[in-house]
Design a protein around this ligand. Structure first.
Ligand code: ADE
Length: 238
């Protein structure tokens, strides 16, 4: 799997791509991430990537020229990529979309900045517009990192334990159950007795019910799409 991140702030990605899970996955060759400086596709002495908006108004708009040239150059390299443009008006990123992206061989992530990107880039250069939430970031760089990290952890070999990718929040459409580690008594707050019981069936059921209760309380919207069996439904009716 390959990502090309198109940005005017290539340095933004230096340490995230070195550290932690992502850094290890890159070093091990499980994925390939290339950061592409948009300024390399400008055509003036000042390497300008933005300009004033037609019709007036605050702020600057990213020019179509450098973005089109960069995206066309990236599209010309095999394998053919999907081009994702980050914008608050895009499709909301969720685990099903992350899972879909993990099946794509190559993704170009286009990081917009300032007040926006020329509309012709949205319409004629991008394949998909993606938002990482209903709030406004200063640019797409943080969104790109979120996508790279969420997709990478689904790739073969990236997580130490593939089961943890399957078990965690959202993979079955529910929020994750609570986790505890030692000590069994921390400042008087005890680990639930069932987790010390060694009874795997009781533990499995307890965890499932915690996940169902948490999801019902905090994200009831997720229940409609969750993967529930008859016992789950009976529990929710109680
Ligand atoms: N750029 C600015 N805000 C954004 C958001 N919420 N998602 C994706 N890109 C953005």
């Amino acid at each position: 799997m390959r990502f090309d991140i198109l940005t005017i702030f290539p340095g933004f990605f230096d340490s995230p791509l070195r550290e932690s899970l992502l850094g290890k996955a890159l070093a091990a060759g499980h994925l390939d991430v290339r950061v592409v400086d948009l300024r390399g596709f400008t055509d003036d002495r000042h390497r300008t990537t933005d300009d004033r908006p037609y019709g007036g108004g605050e702020g600057m708009v990213m020019k179509p020229g450098p973005l089109f040239r960069a995206i066309e150059a990236l599209r010309a390299e095999p394998p053919p990529p999907r081009v994702v443009l980050f914008t608050p008006r895009g499709r909301l990123l969720d685990q099903p979309l992350v899972e879909e992206m993990a099946r794509w061989e190559r993704i170009v992530l286009v990081c917009g900045r300032y007040e926006g990107v020329d509309e012709r880039v949205h319409r004629h250069a991008a394949d998909l517009e993606v938002s990482v939430g209903d709030y406004v970031l200063a640019g797409g760089e943080t969104a790109a990192l979120a996508v790279v990290e969420a997709v990478s952890r689904l790739l073969p070999g990236v997580l130490g334990c593939a089961a943890s990718a399957r078990r965690d929040s959202f993979s079955d459409g529910l929020l994750e159950y609570p986790q505890y580690t030692r000590p069994a008594d921390f400042r008087g707050w005890r680990v639930p007795e069932v987790l010390l019981s060694g009874d795997h069936e009781r533990i499995r059921r307890w965890r499932r019910e915690c996940a169902l209760r948490l999801t019902l309380e905090r994200r009831p919207d997720l229940l409609a799409k969750a993967d529930l069996d008859a016992a789950d439904r009976a529990f929710l009716r109680r």
